[in-house]
Design a binder for this molecule. Structure first.
Ligand code: RP5
Length: 185
């Protein structure tokens, strides 16, 4: 359980081997103050468990589902086929195809059963949490303001990096100028 509050997001993954990636989702949900619960199931290895889990989500008060899976990743689609909750899919990086297999499996859903598909790996896992928070923030002004703060911090971090690199360039330019002056003098 991600917090003592009633979870609003279910983070479901196909295996514990997905956890190092999906912990990015968990961490970002924590940062944004979104209560979540994490579960493991498998569309292929445990189809009955997956069906039961998908059926129980709404009853359990879950409002958004984030699903991470790798290889022929059908877990997000299997869950989306059962629930009317929004399902966000995260393709795991790795395997012989480095996550392209999971990306195509998750994104290429037939009409009627959408899965909002993120990018492969940790970037996608982080974005899945932000996307889930953005959905929940439609009816939660406090969460919306935390998301605003997060976006403002993102912008500031780019400025900080730019200032740091500008200072580095200024120092290099000064050193080069000094050398050039020494050479001509
Ligand atoms: C998928 O198979 C899981 O989501 C995982 O990414 C992949 C490999 O699972 P393990 O063999 O590591 O359990 O279903």
């Amino acid at each position: 359980m991600g917090s003592a509050l009633k979870p609003l997001v279910a983070v479901v993954m196909g295996s514990d081997s997905d956890r190092p990636t999906m912990s990015e989702t968990e961490r970002m949900l924590e940062k944004l103050g979104v209560p979540y619960v994490t579960r493991i199931s498998s569309a292929h290895r445990a189809p009955k468990k997956t069906q039961a889990l998908a059926e129980s989500l709404e009853e359990d008060g879950i409002e958004v589902v984030v699903v991470g899976a790798g290889l022929a990743a059908h877990l997000a689609g299997a869950i989306a086929s059962v629930t009317t909750l929004p399902v966000i899919g995260v393709p795991m990086e790795g395997g012989s195809l480095r996550g392209l297999d999971a990306l195509y499996s998750i994104v290429q859903m037939p009409s009627g059963v959408p899965v909002a598909t993120m990018s492969i790996g940790k970037h996608g896992a982080k974005n899945a949490a932000i996307m889930a928070a953005e959905i929940l923030a439609l009816k939660d002004p406090d969460l919306k303001s935390r998301l605003r703060t997060f976006k403002d911090e993102l912008e500031q971090s780019v400025d900080e990096k730019d200032r740091a690199i500008a200072a580095e360039f200024e120092a290099t330019a000064k050193a080069v100028k000094g050398l050039a002056e020494e050479g001509s003098g």
